[in-house]
Design a protein. Structure first.
Length: 549
């Protein structure tokens, strides 16, 4: 092949004629004022709400206010390098964070950057921090238990996968302890946990990480930290970073648990931002959209619906289904079954392995003086599917976890319990309610009839039974055994002081004498006649031996 100079020159001439120089433009502005983590920027007419801006020294800021003559931005970090007149550049990006398996077991800041000294998070996946929550059709009802390992919660205020259960109470009543026990109890359950510490002391967070490491929970947990010493914008954005990381697992057909500790501090940080941005204050000086910042966060917790498709036999993966119609949820499965019957033997029904994941939220709210009718507590109560109320008086009287059963509620109820627990827990809540009612009256009565005395005696023992130490979550099959013993009267003859010693001894006795009992109950999840008879025999035998000892 011979190269001809004329042809080459013709090609070059054509390219020169059609060449257009596209100027590289970058919109910049200048800082009008800066202070308290907020900057006012002039000259960014094209900036979008929620866009990232780049300040001197690589500092990033988030556009929050778009006004006629300036832009209000929240700065993520140290503002000492930012001065009046500093140049600000638009990035055209929305805030995103690294997600995926690489983030598991790490401690990161509110922007998803590692702060544990273990090197960068090497993940190919990134996700936007602000996304819409799944719609109604993409969800399914909460019906799968998420065991916390705490008898009082799993029996009376059960939590299901995909639920939002508020933990509320005054400071120092054990709110974080309940959440940490729930995280520790997820070991081996296939649940990825995310602990988001907002506005807490660094020493407190270090203690939490130490405990999670000690009990082997950091293997499946990510800790997101926006400490008390950090700027308000970082405390505001931290929960969204945490839920974004958790959504990656929810949307890949797995299960995640988010603990927000605590959202009242996030609301205070947002109030600070809003007042500095000159937004009009409302009740308790919070801005009007403080409800929205929590609702758009907590609505991202969901149990996702299963997806089904009728495809030709031999279709290997979900990505190979092509244009096949996708059916969603239980009703969809029935519809797909119907279509399968009409299509014949050369077709089959397959499920999308990336569907059916869940994200459970445990938001924590700190009250002042037990006042659950304050602005932020009532807001979050109205968004969540129930609340666990921890009471100061109970905590200091030695009832720990200090759960007030009367005020605590789960709006999912028995749907989030295994059948064995559901069958015995109903009488437990009723017995405790009757005990509390009678206990109030018995203070004024000198002589009580036998029925009332018996109810009071059993109530005292049930309260003692539900006490539990920290970092010792209990498997659900053991919870069923001890609650059965309490509600069926096997503890009525025991002195209250001996119940603490009775419980571990009972578990050891059953494991020795009836070695297959716990395993059978765990797999069956139902306390059928055969298992109940075995349990009765065990309780009678152990009771005789314990009384002699």
């Amino acid at each position: 092949m011979q190269l001809r100079a004329e042809e080459i020159s013709q090609i070059i001439k054509k390219q020169i004629q059609s060449y257009e120089q596209a100027p590289l433009t970058m919109e910049t502005g200048s800082v009008l004022s800066v202070g308290d983590g907020i900057a006012r920027v002039y000259g960014l007419a094209g900036a979008m709400a929620g866009e990232l801006l780049e300040f001197p020294g690589g500092l990033m800021g988030l556009t929050l206010n778009l006004e006629s003559d300036n832009v209000g931005a929240a700065l993520f970090g140290d503002t000492t390098a930012v001065k009046e007149g500093s140049i600000v550049k638009r990035t055209g990006r929305i805030l995103d964070v690294p997600v995926g398996e690489a983030a598991v077991g790490r401690v990161v800041n509110a922007l998803g950057q590692p702060i544990d000294g273990k090197g960068p998070i090497d993940s190919p996946h990134r996700r936007r921090v602000e996304v819409k929550a799944p719609g109604i059709l993409a969800r399914q009802p909460v019906k799968e238990p998420l065991q916390t390992g705490l008898k009082a919660i799993d029996a009376m205020v059960p939590i299901g996968r995909g639920q939002r259960e508020l933990i509320i109470g005054d400071r120092q009543t054990g709110k974080t302890a309940v959440a940490l026990d729930a995280i520790i109890n997820q070991r081996g359950q296939g649940v990825y946990c995310f602990y988001i510490a907002i506005g807490q002391k660094q020493s407190t967070v270090a203690s939490v990480v130490d405990k999670l490491t000690q009990y082997g929970a950091m293997e499946y947990t990510t800790v997101i930290v926006a400490g008390a010493s950090e700027a308000a914008p970082l405390q505001f954005i931290a929960p969204y970073t945490g839920v974004t990381m958790a959504e990656y697992f929810r949307d890949s057909g797995r299960h995640a648990l988010c603990v927000y500790d605590d959202l009242s501090k996030q609301a205070v940080a947002y109030r600070q931002l809003s007042l500095l941005l000159r937004r009009p204050p409302g009740r308790e000086a919070y801005p009007g959209d403080v409800f929205y910042i929590h609702s758009r966060l907590l609505e991202r917790a969901a149990k996702m619906a299963d997806q089904w498709a009728v495809v030709p036999k031999g279709t290997r993966t979900w990505s190979d289904i092509g244009s096949a119609k996708v059916y969603v949820g239980e009703q969809g499965k029935h519809a797909a079954d119907g279509e399968l019957k009409t299509k014949g033997d050369s077709f089959e029904l397959i499920r999308n392995p990336l569907s059916g994941g869940s994200l459970t939220a445990l938001p924590i709210i700190e009250t002042q003086g037990g006042d659950v009718s304050a602005y932020i507590p009532t807001n979050v109560i109205s968004i969540t599917d129930g609340q666990i109320f921890l009471e100061t008086d109970l905590f200091y009287s030695g009832v720990r976890p200090a759960i007030n059963v009367g005020v605590s509620v789960s709006r999912v109820g028995g749907n989030a319990q295994i059948k064995a627990m559901k069958s015995i827990a109903g009488t437990l809540k009723l017995d405790l309610a009757q005990y509390r009612e009678k206990a109030a009256f018995s203070q004024f009565a000198s002589d009580l009839d036998k029925v009332t005395r018996d109810q009071l005696e059993r109530g005292v023992r049930l309260v003692e039974l539900l006490k539990q130490g920290q970092y010792v979550p209990l498997p659900v099959e053991k919870q069923v055994v001890i609650i059965y013993a309490g509600t069926k009267g096997y503890l009525d003859h025991l002195p209250v002081a001996q119940i603490a010693a009775y419980e571990p001894g009972l578990y050891s006795f059953i494991e020795t004498k009836f070695p297959k009992f716990f395993e059978t109950l765990r797999t069956k999840k139902v306390l059928d006649k055969e298992l109940e008879e075995t349990l009765k025999t065990a309780l009678v035998e152990y009771g005789k031996g314990f009384a002699k000892a």
